[in-house]
Ligand binder design. Structure first.
Ligand code: MG
Length: 456
């Protein structure tokens, strides 16, 4: 039932990305626009995050789309989920110029389908074939598309989120937002203000040089957010990645909340009212399944990548299942009543709703969650696929799930060993509620892996 991975040449799990002036050029983006415009006719929305190269690449993709006969509406600077929301309601497709959490020198393109989801593997392979064979449906003068601008449309997105929860739910609550100078600078402060919160902000000026912190909202970059939360006595602080499909949090004491705990807290809140299926990749902590099962709901696992989560949620719903929530253990969460993609602004809103209902502060809610111990490692290896097969042989006495790489269960511990999609390395994760079990299983796996690396 879970969506399957297909091999692609240009696009990764989250669109195509590269370094500006090197492997990410206007020529490449023009060809993506031409190929996409050749596949999908009609009105296409284009958006971009705050990167310095955004306008140049947005113009390139627009040129390609119009040359292929599509009418293009430039929605300006906005989060990826905002463009996805607008596409779902108003357009026949979308192209988002973003490199998400990557450093400032990167940029890229995400292709959005009419239902607001990112283009799936099957269609992406067809798109890539058109790009490599330069198979473009370039129009003659009377069929070239129009270009218009509609930057005010982003208000549809912010209003939809504000109206998805009871009016003034954030009254009497102070919150701090750190959009990292990225696309959420134009949406999340507005959303939280619309919920009735008293809003403080840091790094909320649009700046593609990212002077405050890098677009990845890692704990090291959030000291300023944590300080401001403490000094303003706010209920929490929220930070986004560059295109704001993800949201991470610090509690009222400025402590960073690990993203699997964030997922579990929100899953618990949703499952209190709605029983059904939660969809998440095999890399997510067992904490999520533990919390969800306690509420009488269940988990369906997918390969790693939000697109597989979103598409699996859709296909489960199509077969009549009740799907209440989904997401990844990196702050990328999907609320199916809103839309089928990760949405950082919506995630911040649900956190306001949780705390509005709770008598306890965020730190106490997190401390009530069961504790799991996770070990993570990256190992360089020239032939990851071969190692995976050797390891499968070594571990054949244990239950193995092959949804993505190897998910091996041993007693109360589990491990995920999978090749990186982009680099010659494998990622190893081991987790257990019992620290010794996690450590011992990790050492056992290393006992199989390290000799294979040495023999290379
Ligand atoms: Mg992102």
């Amino acid at each position: 039932m879970a969506a399957e991975k297909l091999q692609k040449r240009l696009f990764g799990t989250n669109g195509v990305r590269g370094i500006i002036g090197k492997d990410m050029t206007p020529e490449l983006v023009l060809s993506i626009g031409l190929a996409f415009g050749s596949m999908r006719k009609g009105r296409i929305a284009v958006g971009r995050d705050s990167r310095t190269s955004g306008e140049s690449l947005a113009n390139a993709v627009k040129a390609g789309l119009m040359a292929a006969g599509c009418d293009v509406v430039d929605c300006g600077m906005l989060p990826t989920p905002a463009l996805q929301y607008l596409v779902m309601h108003h357009f026949d497709g979308g192209a988002m110029i973003t490199a998400s959490h990557n450093p400032p020198e990167y940029n890229g393109v995400k292709i959005i389908e009419p239902d607001g989801t990112e283009m799936g593997d099957e269609q992406t392979v067809i798109l890539e074939e058109r790009i490599f064979s330069r198979n473009f449906d370039v129009q003659t003068w009377e069929h070239v598309g129009f270009g218009t601008t509609a930057t005010q449309l982003v208000d549809d997105y912010t209003n939809a989120i504000i109206n998805s929860v009871p009016k003034n739910i954030g009254a009497n609550m102070s919150v701090v937002v750190d959009p990292g100078c990225g696309a959420a600078s134009v949406t999340t402060p507005k959303i939280l203000t619309g919920l009735g919160c008293r809003v403080f902000s840091i790094n909320a000026q649009i700046d593609g040089h990212f002077p405050g912190r890098l677009p990845e909202p890692s704990p090291e970059g959030l000291a300023g957010l944590a300080d401001l939360v403490r000094s303003t006595r706010s209920a929490f602080g929220v930070a986004h990645d560059g295109d704001a499909d993800r949201a991470v949090f610090v509690d009222e004491n400025g402590r960073f909340i690990e993203e699997n705990q964030e997922f579990a807290l929100i899953a618990d809140y949703i499952c209190r009212e709605h029983r059904g299926i939660i969809v998440t990749p095999v890399s997510s902590s067992l904490l999520i399944e533990t919390v969800v099962k306690k509420r009488g709901s269940s988990v369906v696992y997918t390969p790693v990548g939000s697109i597989y989560v979103a598409r699996t949620m859709r296909s489960l719903l199509d077969t009549g299942e009740t799907v209440v929530f989904g997401g990844e253990g990196n702050g990328g969460l999907i609320f199916p009543n809103h839309q089928f993609c990760r949405d950082g602004g919506m995630t911040a809103t649900i956190m306001v709703a949780i705390l509005a209902q709770s008598e306890l502060p965020l730190s106490k809610l997190i401390d009530q969650l069961p504790v799991f111990h996770m070990i993570k490692e990256k190992i360089r290896i020239s032939n990851p696929e071969q190692l995976i097969e050797q390891l499968a042989e070594s571990c054949k006495g244990y239950p193995i799930d092959r949804t993505d790489g190897l998910r091996i269960t041993k007693g109360n511990a589990w491990a995920l060993v999978r090749p990186s999609g982009t680099e010659p390395l494998i990622r190893v994760m081991v987790e257990s509620a019992v620290p010794d079990s996690a450590r011992q299983f990790y050492q056992e796996l290393m006992g199989y892996i390290m000799p294979a690396i040495k023999s290379e």
